[in-house]
Design a protein around this ligand. Sequence first.
Ligand code: DP6
Length: 329
Amino acid sequence: MKATARAHANIALIKYWGKRDRKLNLPAAGSISITLEALSTVTRVEFLQGLKKDRFILNGESTPVTQTERVTRFLDLIREQSGTGLCAQVTSKNNFPTGAGLASSASAFAGLALAGSRAAGLALSFPQLSELARKGSGSAARSVFGGFVEMQAGVRKDGTDAIARQIAPETYWDLRVLIAITSDTPKKTGSTEGMLHTEKTSPYFREWVRSSVSDLKEMQKAISIKDLSKLGELSEYNCLKMHALMLSARPGLIYWNENTLALIHLVRELRNTGTEAYFTIDAGPQVKVLCEPENVPAVKNALENSRQVLRIIETGLGGGAVLVKDTAL
Ligand code: DP6
């Protein structure tokens, strides 16, 4: 009873920030993301006789109890569906820094959903995997698919319609993302906690949810006609709107550092001087810059010459979650 899977991280162009149901992890609004080739997690799940509790090894080390508990709660869902009573050994490896705003929970739970369900003998469809992954982490529902992906908020109470779907595969449009790492320090407030705090205290939360409907429509349109200017403008708008929302919580959530802001200006300056590039930022200080392949050298050069950047990760769009050989770990 063993399976290994690889899943990629994603970045949202239209962000998910807030839930309509905490227990089932249902998003308050839909979101749209792209799956990233260069950021991946490989996860092996092995249900074993004689294990008294689940074990979780991440990047070669045992994890703190809170992290293992989150994995156990997720495996409980798989145990419930499959009828197995066994505990599991979970071994997982990220090829990028964990907990620094690079969506490690998305690739983690998408991979865990696939490897875990297969190891338990379940053959789930992709929509079913997306539903399962969502219960681990909202953004993980999107990482089940490759390319351009939309997460639907759904309306049902049981959450069966709160799943992601692929808008277009990774081969549809060759977009590139340059991830500028500005800090390796893990963030102080995780997304789950940060969202809850925002929902509870921000006077702008309802408007954020309401206005997401037209953002989603516009983004679908921009993708369908491969309009980079529209996609980029909308990504920046939606990203800044999310950070404004976070700032309006009480006390305000500030995920940026001083380098983040400097890089926002740098990207806008690049645009003013003829290099078409756009930024987006999640719940962390890293800046992701979107552009087409011909502009990668100019963007890379500007980021490399900036004091604010520790490291750059360059990526194209990646595929969905897949089963892989055990040796991939
Ligand atoms: C800012 O999916 O990590 O990256 O569902 O509580 O696990 P939970 O939250 P998570 O939140 C991601 C927030 C974001 C925006 C996004 O990816 O859409």
